[in-house]
Design a protein around this ligand. Structure first.
Ligand code: SF4
Ligand code: SF4
Length: 341
């Protein structure tokens, strides 16, 4: 791993050098919210932000995406991204970079998703460490860190008038090497970076007690607790749509005249139709079943199948839930639930 620094004033030159060969996505202010959008000039981005409302998973798994087109004469045209279309995400937070590694496990599992994987393969992730985590962040409870490098190619940490730069992968080393504005870091820079990391970790005030969570949840699968949790849930699906690790989709055919397209669209396990079977039977008929499934998926099924939590602690589902359902409280209170209730 290379450790360098860059003056903040040189970041725009770095982005300008990257833009001709890459589609650069960066945090952009859109009214009151931050979204990752393609930029043409560095001054379109804002680096003073907590996190984007929609996670950057949407770059690789868009909310709607055409898989292929077809026509009545039975000709099928497969629509795939151009092979040489390179992307760079600038300013992605460490939790969201980690979430993409989790999505990679899903999309390389039993069936490889070539559309998702071709986009992931051709992209570089330049992260920006959190120096001021959000109120509902709890990344440190799920093996993350505000300055974590998991899933990133390069990590920038704000140390005042400069960024401390860690190139984590070969791809990262290459883009850093190709720009003359990066200089070797010294001991003083490293100390500053460590200070920022400690302060950011200390600023995370919310925590999940994650020890032995898998067997604890197993023991209370059948419990009235889940009915209480579900009482106020509206079933709106916001918690899943905005979650960087949620990845479920549905497929629909849109047909106009004799031409059509098969489109995949985000789906949510919080909707009753999600598990509705053709016979009319629904194995998760009410909100209690669905909210329990969401919690189990993150903290029981995913760790059992993939050895990592299916949650990176970004806090979006808490911040954006219209009725304040709080996954930290749900999980921590689950530990106190008596098994036979
Ligand atoms: S965002 Fe809140 S209300 Fe909406 S489905 Fe999720 S838990 Fe229920
Ligand atoms: S479950 Fe909630 S806190 Fe965890 S990654 Fe998803 S949105 Fe973030």
């Amino acid at each position: 791993m290379q450790e360098m620094i860059i003056d903040k004033g040189k970041i725009n030159d770095f982005i300008n050098q990257i833009i001709p060969d890459h589609i650069v996505f960066a945090p952009v202010k859109n009214k009151d919210i931050i979204l990752f959008k393609p930029i043409k000039k560095p001054d379109e981005m804002t680096l003073d932000y907590e996190n984007s409302r929609i996670p950057p998973k949407s770059i690789y798994l868009p909310q709607t995406e055409t898989l292929f087109r077809f026509s009545k004469d039975k000709n099928i045209t497969l629509e795939t991204p151009k092979k040489d279309e390179r992307t760079l995400i600038f300013g992605i937070r460490p939790c969201d970079a980690k979430s993409l590694k989790i999505l990679d496990q899903v999309f390389t599992g039993e069936h490889e998703d070539s559309l998702y994987l071709s986009k992931r393969k051709n992209s570089i992730l330049v992260g920006l460490a959190c120096h001021n985590p959000c109120l509902n962040c709890f990344c440190t409870s799920v093996n993350g860190s505000p300055t974590g490098t998991d899933g990133l190619d390069v990590l920038l940490t704000d140390i005042g008038d400069r960024y401390y730069v860690e190139s984590i992968t070969k791809k990262g080393e290459k883009i850093v090497k190709n720009f003359a504005g990066f200089k070797p870091a010294n001991k003083e820079d490293k100390k500053k970076k460590e200070k920022v990391t400690k302060k950011a970790k200390d600023n995370i005030k919310r925590h999940i007690k994650s020890e032995k969570l898998v067997p604890i949840l197993d023991s209370i699968f059948e419990n009235k607790y889940w009915e209480e949790i579900a009482r106020t849930c509206l079933g709106c699906g916001i918690c899943t749509f905005l979650c960087p690790t949620c990845h479920c989709f549905d497929m629909q055919d849109e047909i106009v005249g004799d031409r059509g397209a098969r489109i995949r669209v985000w789906d949510s396990c919080m909707y009753s139709e999600y598990t509705m079977q053709a016979s009319g039977y629904n194995p998760r008929p009410n909100r209690m079943n669905r909210i329990r499934n969401r919690v189990f998926h993150k903290f029981n099924y995913f760790p059992k199948n993939n050895q990592v939590f299916g949650c990176v602690g970004c806090g979006r589902c808490i911040t954006e839930c219209p009725v304040n359902i709080d996954i930290i409280e749900i999980v921590n209170q689950a530990r106190e639930v008596k098994k036979d209730e």
